[in-house]
Design a protein around this ligand. Structure first.
Ligand code: KG4
Ligand code: ZN
Length: 328
């Protein structure tokens, strides 16, 4: 829960993390997630207001994630948001989680703007978009199997590292050699799509080999393989999309320092300005939801009524229609 003023000033941002509990099971357990949402929501709401030094009456709008995600958790947030909006006669804005990751860039960068090419890398998504304007997005490419964050989580588990795997692999990689273990990169040449399942299989083979290399070397080599593909394909997509004036990076995996560093170097070389949020605004947070609600209303995209529904799965954007040159 967060209170954000004018889309950019974070007055408070509370993350009630359940990670420690889910870590015992090696991933998010939906039933536990829903229950903790119910238990925490009122306390978190009060804390967010208190930290911001504001009251209910100071609010101008209520934004809430309504898609995509675990239905039980979404329902708790949406029900609370509807109650607030109704009681306070405020506009309600249902926000797409992936769109909010993109808008995290608008919180900290005054020069964040459209058009742009964006890479969103999270636990469930690895998507490349051409962002034309507020709410006008085209999907350029996406993963055909595992998301980048999912690959970090699954490979960390194979290496005996903690959940979530991203930060654990990044920490382990610090003392490792990124070229020690030869690992595959799925280039899927000629397409803007990604694939990480082959890399996961290769990591399993290395870990289970008779004489496995040190975990630090596997972690560093794995991280390098993921980062190489993400960086190369993002810059290629930006060029192909007519090199829009900026590249945005977002999502939990965008907190990764090696990804930030290599994306920066590649964008510098290509003459493309790169924007990414600070790490705390890359991983899931409520400030990005509030900011998205603000920009949504500012752009005249309207508000939702109390029939706002929760949706488990919905793409943020679809691919542009490419007319078949053969004409059949
Ligand atoms: O966006 P996010 O917080 O939640 C989802 O919407 O999924 O992303 C979570 C994902 C997890 O897979 C986690 O392992 C990964 O982001 N992640 C990282 C790092 N921090 C979080 N991956 C690589 N390096 C990191 N530092
Ligand atoms: Zn997320």
């Amino acid at each position: 829960m967060a209170v954000v003023a004018d889309g950019r000033r974070i007055l408070s941002s509370i993350v009630a993390s359940q990670m420690a509990e889910h870590a015992r099971y090696g991933g998010v357990v939906p039933e536990i997630a829903s229950r903790r949402h119910v238990e925490q929501i009122n306390l978190v709401l009060q804390t967010a207001l208190r930290d911001a030094g504001v009251g209910f009456r100071d609010m101008d709008a209520v934004a809430v994630t309504n898609r995509p995600g675990l239905l039980g958790a979404l329902l708790v947030g949406v029900s609370a948001a509807k109650a607030l909006a109704m009681a306070l006669s405020l506009p309600l804005v249902g926000v797409h989680h992936i769109e909010a990751h993109l808008y995290a860039n608008f919180i900290t960068h005054a020069d964040a703007a459209f058009p742009a090419v964006a890479l969103v890398v999270s636990g469930g998504h690895t998507d490349l978009f051409h962002l034309k304007n507020h709410g006008d997005y085209v999907l350029l490419g996406r993963t055909r199997d595992d998301a980048a964050g999912e690959a970090f989580d699954k490979c960390a588990r194979l290496m005996g590292l903690d959940y979530p795997g991203g930060p654990a692999i990044e920490a382990a990689a610090k003392s490792g050699n990124p070229s020690a273990v030869p690992l595959p990169r799925a280039w899927l040449d000629g397409t803007p799509d990604f694939s990480f399942s082959g890399l996961k299989t290769a990591v399993r083979r290395v870990v289970q080999s008779a004489d496995p290399p040190p975990v630090a070397d596997i972690a560093a080599s794995f991280q390098e393989a993921v980062v190489d593909v993400l960086v190369t394909k993002t810059v290629a997509a930006a060029r192909q999309a007519g090199a829009p004036p900026r590249v945005l990076l977002a999502g939990g995996v965008a907190a990764n320092a090696r990804l930030r560093e290599k994306m920066q170097a590649a964008c510098d070389e290509a003459g493309l300005p790169l924007l990414y949020p600070p790490p705390a605004l890359c991983t899931d947070n409520a400030a990005m939801i509030a900011a998205t609600g603000y920009f949504h209303l500012q752009a005249g995209r309207g508000s939702d009524d109390l029939s706002l529904d929760i949706i488990a799965s919905e793409p943020l954007a679809v691919r542009a229609h490419v007319p078949n040159p053969g004409g059949s």
